[in-house]
Design a protein around this ligand. Structure first.
Ligand code: USQ
Length: 383
């Protein structure tokens, strides 16, 4: 199966290229290396050193005896994307090529506009390239659980039945996103749903929770195959940040009361889910939504989990509650469904703490590297 990964150099993109079994999939990738640029802009680095794309592809070839075809370029340039889609004729396109950071989008007017333009334009270009050259291809789009916000209702998977003034309909569940970045994904969801309805293309929109870890089955003992792991305030997500903080004895930066609830899944689970979605495509004309996460936890539960794992490893960790730099509900109801993925074979990780332990032990060799960037751990972006 020919699969085109947009954003192949990123945290999820490179993991996916390496997780998909080489005997079943021919991998094609696109990237413009913006993730490397953004993290530099935050004056940070990946905790795990990242090889260049040339080195990565060479190592992939050695490990899998198979080529990856890589195209360097920006998907907001329609001529470029159109050319690649026409040439590759992918059966599946997984779209990660977006700016994934809420704080980055909340920095100022310029970043807000740029993140929305970048993210929304890329998806619109993809829709048109697919319609033109491969209308039967399955678009797998990375959305986010953050599209829903934190309503005082159970969260279904994309749609719900509504009865209003005696009439019933199946309608999109309201999206109440909490940053310009999360809103860019809401706009994508609307655009993709319309494209499926209007052009008959097929799409799975993945509402993914917060991913953590770097242990997919990717590394095969070759460091060039490692994926990145960020810990700055904009591109590092909470568990990855807590683990990097823990290994350098930096107090865990718990925002606000720490009672906020979010959904989480290990990187290895995320990769399994993508493979399941690839192998169980949406029907022609179908816009399908899946909620992709393993567990729901509060920030306080996470800091307790990371501290407990560290204690077992002989690392003493403190938590430092800091004034919440974000405007978000701290006491709220949160009960999302995740049955669609389970119905195609996903078994959520039960070894949550074990995943944290693997990450902490895996990060210990990079202690000095993280320590050098200690100054960027405290949040400075407020909204
Ligand atoms: N938080 C802390 N301490 C930190 C960092 C974060 O307490 O040092 C708290 C935040 O206040 C928030 C929660 O942890 O309540 C999650 O923050 P995050 O930075 O880990 O994640 P978020 O900004 O929500 O975004 C991340 C990814 C994004 C993805 C999203 C999934 O960056 O690409 O879409 O997770 S979700 O959160 O379900 O929308």
């Amino acid at each position: 199966m020919r699969i085109l990964i947009l954003g192949m150099d990123g945290y999820l993109g490179w993991s996916l290229a390496n997780s998909l079994p080489g005997e079943k999939f021919s991998i094609y990738g696109i990237d413009n290396f913006y993730r490397r640029k953004w993290v530099k802009e935050m004056q940070s680095v990946s905790a795990v050193p990242v090889a260049s794309m040339e080195e990565r592809i060479k190592a992939y070839k050695k490990a899998n005896r198979k080529e990856i075809n890589f195209f360097k370029g920006n998907i907001t340039n329609y001529e470029f994307l159109n050319h690649v889609v026409k040439k590759v004729r992918p059966e599946v396109i997984v779209h990660f090529a977006q700016c994934p950071s809420a704080p980055y989008s909340m920095m100022n007017q310029k970043k807000c506009v740029w993140v929305q333009q970048n993210n929304i334009t890329g998806t619109l270009n993809l829709i048109h390239a697919v319609k033109e050259h491969v209308p039967g291809a399955h678009i797998i789009k990375l959305g986010t659980m953050g599209e829903y916000g934190t309503p005082n209702l159970d969260i279904p998977e994309g749609f719900f039945e509504v009865e209003y003034r005696g009439r019933k309909d199946r309608l999109p569940f309201p999206r109440q996103a909490n940053s310009w970045y999360h809103l860019s994904k809401v706009h994508d969801s609307n655009n993709l749903q319309f494209a499926c309805r209007n052009y008959g293309i097929r799409c799975t929109d993945i509402m993914q929770g917060i991913v953590f870890g770097f242990h997919s089955n990717a590394d095969k003992g070759t460091k060039e195959l490692n994926t990145r792991l960020d810990f700055d305030e904009a591109f590092g997500t909470i568990i990855n940040r807590f683990c990097c903080q823990a290994v350098i004895d930096y107090p865990l930066t718990s925002y606000g009361k720490g009672t906020q609830l979010r959904s989480f899944l290990p990187l290895s689970d995320s990769m399994k889910c993508f493979q399941l979605v690839i192998e169980n495509a949406a029907a022609s004309g179908e816009y399908r939504v899946v909620n992709q996460f393993a567990n729901v936890h509060s920030i306080n539960e996470l800091s307790r989990k990371v501290s407990a794992v560290c204690r077992q490893l002989g690392i003493a960790v403190k938590t430092k509650p800091i004034e919440n730099p974000r405007k978000e509900k701290e006491h709220h109801y949160y009960h999302p469904d995740n049955n669609n993925l389970k119905s195609i074979g996903y078994k959520p990780a039960t070894e949550f703490d074990e995943e944290i332990r693997k990450m902490i032990t895996g990060l210990l060799p990079f202690r000095k590297r993280i320590l050098k960037y200690k100054a960027i751990l405290n949040p400075t972006i407020h909204w």
